[in-house]
Design a protein around this ligand. Sequence first.
Ligand code: NAP
Length: 281
Amino acid sequence: MTHAPTVVDANGAHIPAIGLGTWPMKDDECRIAVATALDLGYRHIDTAAMYGNEDAVGDGVRASSVDRDDVFVTTKVWPDNIRDGDLQRSAEASLERLGLDTVDLLLIHWPNREVSVRECIGALCDAKKRGLTRHIGISNFTTTLIDEALAVTSEPLVCNQVEYHPNLNQGALLKRCRQNGLAVVSYCPLGRGDVGGTMDEAVVKDIATTHGKTPGQIVLRWHVQQPGVVAVPKSANPERIAQNLAVFDFALTEDEMAQLSALAKPDGRVVTNIAFAPDWD
Ligand code: NAP
């Protein structure tokens, strides 16, 4: 049986295929979840300036048994701060809150219609050149915006972090990212579990029964079994944190992968409340 690699190579970055999402955890809940995840084997943590938890994420890394250099830490710059100068200051403030010298990946959290792609990508490249981050990437960029970013960047872009789960078809975006060596990092990879959706689908439950796995593990396996896809499920629950990483000891058949992909629906997007969202593909 072949298993997906546990690390996704993307334009020079080696991104662990499962990371811990940290929104909306804060303070002790966040610190404990991060330390628990790292002790259980996670090596990738996803945060953002906007989450208000970078201090707790940094504390969690230090509270764990894992060396900082063995952890892939991602943070993001909120779109209000992506002008040249503002972006670099936001990255410096993130490092201060995290208590880290550099992050592994710095993302533009969302595009901003009032800031050109040339300006924000230029600032992002400068942040990398200044050593504020080892790698750079984008989040919530459409295929058109990816093309614009690729046309102006002087540094490799290693990922586009976007909403992705079986209820949302991201075929066009996946294709564009793969063509250019970017990983797709799936946010809301479980379709935001607490509101039902993906994990409640009968197909997911049936496949879970077949493999003796939980519905969440089936959905996460579907992500990491796709080339170039990384997922950052959030959980504050130690059992589910452990479950969400235990997806590398089994494989879905081609038919099961296709059945899960066929769950995509036009209104499958979960994050629909962002007024400044781009015109999605
Ligand atoms: P998600 O990971 O799809 O779902 C999280 C929800 O699922 C939580 O309520 C969690 O509850 C529950 N859950 C986790 N594992 C489960 C399991 N195995 N079985 C059943 N329920 C489970 O959604 P998300 O938190 O919105 O997205 C993940 C991460 O993506 C965020 O934390 C954040 O880091 C990132 N994100 C990025 C953006 C962006 O714009 N770039 C946008 C949204 C999110 P418990 O905690 O109780 O387990």
